[in-house]
Design a protein around this ligand. Structure first.
Ligand SMILES: C[S@@+](CC[C@H](N)C(=O)[O-])C[C@H]1O[C@@H](n2cnc3c(N)ncnc32)[C@H](O)[C@@H]1O
Length: 285
C-alpha cells in the first residue's frame, strides 16, 4: 500500500479515518461522523508533523500498536477542546449556592462531609470555582468537611490544574468588586490559596471506563464533554452519574447538553441544563 504524504491536500484516507474514529470511540467514547473528516485531518496533521511521522499510515500503525498508548491520549486531546474558564455558565454556581445554603446547610453543620465532583475538569478552573463557592456559602460552619474530586482523561491538563496558577487576564471573573478572594496575585498570575487547593483532589479518569470508586456526591458538574459522545454512550453516562448522586443532589451539564426523559435515570430537570436526583419514593418511572 502506498503511504499518504502528511501534507497531502485531499485529506485523510477513508481507511485511516476509520482507524482514528475507531480508536477515539473505543478509548474515550468520542463519536466522529464522516462530516468531521476535514476537522480530524487538520487536528491530526499537526500532531503527525510534530511527532515526526512520515505519513498518516505510519501514525495510524503506531496508534494501534502497544507502544501507542500515550499517543492515544494525545489523539483524544487533539480531537477535543480543553476550553474552560472560571465560573463558566454562571447559573450553575447560583444553583449550587442555593443547594448548599437552602437545602443542605444543616447536614454539613451536623458534620456530614460535602462531596462534589467536577467530571472532565480540564485545567481546573471549574473545580476552583466550585471550591470558592463552597467557601462563600459554608465558611460559617466550623470544622467543615468538604471534598471536591476533579477528573479528566487528559494528564497534561491535570498537571496545569494541580499548579493552580493562572494568567490574571484569564482570571478576571475572580475579581469580585475589584477584590481577589481565596487566591493571591503573584506577578501577573493568580494563584489559588492553600485552603482552596486542599479541598480538591485532581485525578485522571476516563468517563467511559469503569470508575474506581463507589461513593456518592451532593453535586456533579459534567459539562461540555458529553457533546463528544453518541446517544448510547451519553445514556450510559447519565445512568452512571445518577447512581453517584445522593437523593436531592444535583447534576449540571454544558450549554448544549441535555438529558431526554431524565425520569429514566431517576432525575428531574429544574433549570438550565440542570437536573435533580429524585428520592426513590418520588420516582415516577
Ligand atoms: C471543553 S472541556 C470542559 C471543561 C469544563 N467541564 C467546562 O465546562 O468548562 C472538555 C474536557 O473533556 C475531557 N474529556 C474528553 N473525553 C473524556 C473522557 N472520555 N473522559 C473524561 N474526560 C474527557 C477533555 O480532556 C477536556 O478537558
Amino acid at each position: 500500500m502506498t503511504a499518504i504524504p502528511v501534507l497531502e491536500t485531499d485529506g485523510i484516507s477513508d481507511g485511516n479515518f476509520r482507524i482514528i474514529a475507531g480508536i477515539a470511540k473505543s478509548y474515550a467514547g468520542i463519536s466522529l461522523s464522516e462530516k468531521k473528516k476535514s476537522l480530524v485531518y487538520s487536528r491530526i496533521c499537526r500532531r503527525v508533523r510534530q511527532e515526526g511521522f512520515g505519513c498518516f499510515d505510519e501514525y495510524c500503525a503506531f496508534l494501534m500498536s502497544e507502544a501507542g498508548s500515550d499517543e492515544r491520549q494525545h489523539l483524544v486531546s487533539a480531537l477535543t477542546t480543553n476550553v474552560t474558564s472560571f465560573y463558566r455558565e454562571k447559573h450553575h454556581f447560583s444553583y449550587l449556592e442555593s443547594l448548599l445554603r437552602q437545602q443542605l446547610y444543616g447536614r454539613f453543620e451536623r458534620g456530614e462531609e460535602l462531596r462534589i465532583w467536577s467530571a472532565a475538569c480540564s485545567s481546573g478552573e471549574e473545580a476552583y470555582s466550585i471550591a470558592m463557592t463552597v467557601i462563600k456559602c459554608l465558611s460559617t460552619i466550623p470544622h467543615l468537611k468538604a471534598k471536591i474530586l476533579a477528573t479528566d482523561i487528559d494528564s497534561d491538563v491535570l498537571q496545569q490544574a494541580r499548579l493552580g496558577s493562572y494568567a490574571s487576564i484569564e482570571a478576571e471573573a475572580l475579581f469580585e468588586d475589584g477584590v481577589l478572594t481565596s487566591c493571591r496575585l503573584e506577578d501577573d498570575r493568580v494563584v489559588m490559596s492553600e485552603k482552596i487547593r486542599e479541598m480538591i483532589r485532581f485525578r485522571r479518569l476516563n468517563l467511559v471506563e469503569p470508575w474506581p470508586f463507589s461513593s456518592c456526591f451532593h453535586a456533579i458538574f459534567c459539562r461540555n464533554v458529553a457533546i463528544y459522545f453518541d446517544r448510547e454512550t451519553q445514556d450510559r453516562l447519565w445512568g452512571n452519574l445518577s447512581a453517584r448522586i445522593f437523593p436531592g443532589g444535583e447534576l449540571y451539564l454544558g450549554h448544549s447538553e441535555r438529558i431526554a426523559h431524565p425520569e429514566r435515570f431517576g432525575m428531574e430537570s429544574f433549570g438550565h441544563n440542570a437536573y435533580r436526583k429524585v428520592s426513590s419514593g418520588r420516582r415516577r418511572s
